[in-house]
Ligand binder design. Sequence first.
Ligand code: ATP
Length: 346
Amino acid sequence: MDDQPILSLRGVTRRYGPRAVVQQASLDLAEGRIACLLGPSGCGKSTILRLIAGLEPVDEGEIRVHGETVAEPGASVPPEQRGIGLVFQDNALFPHLSVRDNVAFGIRNQPAAVRRQMVEALLARFQVGHLAGKFPHTLSGGEQQRVAIARALAREPFLLLLDEPFSSLDGHLRTQVRQSLVADLRSVGTSVLIVTHDPDEAMLIADQLILMAEGRILQSGLPGDCYDNPVSLVAARLLGDAMGIDVAVADGAAQTPFGTVPAPGLPDGVAQLVLRPDDLLAVVNSIHPGLDGQVTALRRVGAARTAIVACDLGEIAVPLPGAPLPQGQAVRLHLRSGAGRIVPLP
Ligand SMILES: Nc1ncnc2c1ncn2[C@@H]1O[C@H](COP(=O)(O)OP(=O)(O)OP(=O)(O)O)[C@@H](O)[C@H]1O
């Protein structure tokens, strides 16, 4: 099996004036996977897509496709020769062309019979065959999205880039459209890189998750690994609530208010314990070491109960899987077995 990444970025930097909006970005994409690039608004996600597609030059670093350099400072393979499809947030279908002709547009050099067959197959695959003769303005946002993706795939790109494909949809519709679109993309087998700022969306659909903040790629890996083993507090917070507590590390172990936590590979000195809300347990009459506190309030969302516990670290929200605790109850906070990660200070 060929393990060579289909696309690699190495130390890629892009500046607008003096400001580097993408800084030293490195990543590898594997074939046939759905990767999600997740980060807050303005962190440089769309710029990375444009760099990969060849719509912008790199100022530093290198982009490789199947091991061949396609972009480095002063040299760039044009977008149409990269074999990469890009669908922007706004879809930008040609308004004066029917759905069928929009999809056929990118392959207009193919013989008519081949073109017809490919277009029909793609429209059917993306469940918009019944809309073939319609014009874009008569389609819903989700339908336009599917047509735009079918149009990009007609050129048989080895990689499809999707910039916030579900941003125009909300609630239930978003979940539905997302599920069925991802299933269709998987059935095609194309490699896909999806930009999103929605952590739940990224966790749900990604085979590979790429975390980004302030122009930098922080971490890349399986979604579960990124969630369980964040490289920093910032990376942890991209995927959900997390708190950081300064701790002392010596000989590969950190002394925390909840006991000793392994800190493999970290140098001696100050580091940070990263905690997810469900990493802590509030125990009454505990005989084990932990951090003492007192319940100051109870909250409930649906079936889930949370106790607000005042302790030396301030007020901490701790999930209560069992019976509710009364206000004022003294508790000891413990770290669940295996929970908590020690990361370097920012
Ligand atoms: N052509 C440009 N000239 C100058 N600054 C730009 C240009 N394009 C983008 N920027 C700035 O670069 C930063 C990164 O923009 P980018 O669109 O890549 O972020 P993003 O993560 O995709 O954001 P969003 O999720 O809001 O789309 C932003 O601060 C943006 O204002």
